[in-house]
Design a protein around this ligand. Structure first.
Ligand code: ZN
Ligand code: ZN
Length: 151
């Protein structure tokens, strides 16, 4: 009797395990399919053409453009200026994110004054050394020097 109960419990566990596998295994597959078919929004910086591409299409276009991609080649003007774009939730205007060169990362209609982040200045301020202060008592606490080129 005891033995039979044990088998019953083991059998129940096995059924539960199969059920879990079935439910999760299937949902994973569906998520995978959705992500492969999920569309992303792209825009050409040359002609302003916008397009929704699936991940598969992006992979094919990126291959065609060659590294470094993006940017990818525009189907309309053939310029290699197609970047991932965003759509303004307020006015639906497409615009580039801040990771795209010369882009402010903000909707140009809602934020007409938004500017791309300024380039880094050529000069940086460094504290004046004690030695220099000894030489020139009037020297300011900081001095400007040319920014060393990034390696
Ligand atoms: Zn274009
Ligand atoms: Zn907007």
């Amino acid at each position: 009797m005891k033995q039979g109960a044990k088998i019953g419990i083991a059998g129940g566990c096995l059924v539960a395990a199969v059920g879990v596998y079935f439910v999760f295994g299937r949902s994973n597959e569906e998520v995978h399919l959705v992500s492969q078919e999920a569309k992303t929004f792209w825009m050409c910086g040359g002609c302003g053409e916008t397009a929704d591409y699936t991940i598969k299409q992006v992979e094919a276009l990126a291959k065609e453009a060659g590294p470094p991609a993006p940017p990818m080649i525009c189907a309309k003007c053939k310029e290699k200026k197609v970047y991932r774009a965003l759509k303004c939730p307020t006015c639906q205007t497409p615009y580039f994110g801040s990771d795209v060169p010369d882009s402010s990362g903000q909707c140009p209609k809602c934020n007409p004054d938004a500017k791309p982040p300024p380039p880094e200045p050529d000069e940086i301020e460094v504290p004046t050394t004690d030695e220099e202060k000894a030489d020139q008592p009037d020297a300011p606490a900081v001095k400007k020097i040319k920014r060393p080129k990034a390696a």
